[in-house]
Ligand binder design. Structure first.
Ligand SMILES: C[S@@+](CC[C@H](N)C(=O)[O-])C[C@H]1O[C@@H](n2cnc3c(N)ncnc32)[C@H](O)[C@@H]1O
Length: 418
């Protein structure tokens, strides 16, 4: 992986973590084995010579600077920079192999260096696929029907759309009038949104069946029936929704959210409930987001305030460790201090709140929970083995790995949990 310090020697570098520095991990020099690196100081071919020239060129700017060399390969180039730099660190993920936990830790630590997160962040996955967005939107809608909720919401809001606003676009294409998205990082861009939009239009025009759990095994909620929901999106509704003037209107909004007549709003970052008018939204949903939200109480409170009286929320929440531990619930073993290192300066990671926190907050903020589809997974740990902060969680929390919840705005304050 790395190399550091102005004392670093060139050439063959090590793959052994030996400590921490303010700029990240320090690894020290030692010979490499066969490493499949594209350029290697032991093979002075044209490729290597050009590569070395690039490092020599860059070295004019590193004098007395703290340098991080990402994807440093063998690290020979890091050593060139280290000759002049105050401190040079090289990192190469190949050294970490499949150790996700270590990757996450290193990623978090590296983000302590100012400006590193945007350079390293690689998108969220999921909403970069039109079929995923289509599947997620239709699943929320099918569950709404199953639970007797409004299947034709006019105004929808999404928390954490991720790589694209595709789930919201699916909502608009299927007949919603306005869509509001709230994220903390601007993952989505116009090009991807437009490409996903065109694919979604085709999926709806073809009344494509809902992509199922064979295609998206990790996506909640699972349905009993993945046929196109023709009862919800009947021909009258869908043909009207797919009229070319409507599709043009949505497309124009995707091209420019700032247009006066845009029916899409994308608020990034958002932190306050006042970004949206009170009692203006029919349905608020999220997919694999609420486990990341830092301020859960205020987020549930904001959702409550945005909803119209008969509005509802619909959320898929995943309590698993997202690669930060070897076991699905291994992130509950970590102390708060270790977790701070794991997170680094990322704008979000996981709030590590278990299932019951969400249900409690939903109720205390005024929602009546009408659907709670839990998935349980075996726990290798007992509650006693968890970090002190989690020792009081219930046996139910310990084994609840995901849930899909829907809740209605409940005006009867007497029904609110204490
Ligand atoms: C795992 S991604 C899921 C993205 C998308 N919903 C999907 O299904 O692919 C988590 C998303 O939550 C967003 N996020 C994290 N904290 C948030 C917050 N407080 N408010 C809104 N979005 C947040 C992240 O920026 C990211 O877009």
């Amino acid at each position: 992986m790395t190399e550091t310090g102005s004392s670093a020697s060139g050439g063959r570098l090590a793959h052994r973590a030996s400590g921490l520095a303010t700029s990240g991990f320090i690894l020290q020099g030692r010979a490499l084995g066969p490493d499949c690196e594209r350029v290697h100081p032991d093979f002075e071919d044209a490729n290597f010579i050009n590569h070395r020239k690039a490092y020599q060129f860059i070295s004019q700017w590193v004098a007395d600077k703290v340098v991080l060399d990402m994807e440093c390969g063998t690290g020979y180039g890091t050593a060139i920079l280290a000759e002049l730099a105050k401190h040079a660190t090289g990192i190469d993920y190949s050294d970490i192999g499949e150790n996700m936990k270590l990757k996450q830790l290193i990623f978090g630590m590296v983000t302590f260096a100012p400006g590193m997160y945007p350079l390293l962040a690689k998108g969220t996955g999921g909403t970069d696929s039109a079929r995923y967005c289509y599947s997620v939107w239709l699943r929320h809608l099918v569950m709404a029907q199953k639970n007797g909720l409004n299947t034709h919401p006019k105004t929808v809001a999404e928390i954490g759309p991720g790589d694209s606003i595709g789930i919201g676009l699916a909502a608009l294409i299927s007949g919603c009038d306005e869509y509001f998205a709230f994220d903390v990082v601007k993952h989505a861009d116009i090009g991807r949104n437009l490409a996903i939009f065109e694919e979604l239009v085709t999926l709806f025009k073809n009344r494509t069946p809902i992509p199922d759990h064979n295609e998206w095994p990790e996506v909640d909620p699972r349905l009993e029936d993945y046929r196109f929901p023709a009862k919800i999106l009947d021909d009258v509704r869908l043909n009207t929704a797919l009229e070319s003037s409507r599709i043009d209107e949505i497309r124009n909004s995707v091209r420019d959210f700032q247009r006066k007549d845009s029916i899409i709003s994308y608020e990034v970052p958002w932190y306050e409930a006042n970004v949206l008018k009170k009692e203006s939204i029919d349905m608020i949903y999220s997919q694999a987001v609420l486990e990341h939200v830092d301020d859960l109480r205020n987020t549930y409170a904001a959702m409550y305030s945005w909803l119209k009286p008969a509005g509802y929320i619909s959320h898929a929440i995943d309590f698993k460790c997202h690669g930060t531990a070897d076991e699905w619930n291994g992130h509950w073993l970590y102390s708060d201090f270790f977790w701070k290192l794991m997170r680094g300066k990322r704008p979000y990671l996981l709030n590590r709140e278990p299932y019951s926190t969400h249900i409690r907050l939903m109720k205390s903020e005024g929602f009546r929970v009408i659907c709670d589809n839990k998935t349980t997974s075996e726990s290798k740990y007992t509650v006693d083995q968890l970090a002190s902060r989690f020792k009081c969680i219930s046996e139910e929390d310990l084994v609840t790995s995901r849930t899909f919840v829907q809740g209605v705005k409940n005006f009867s304050t007497t029904e609110r949990a204490a």
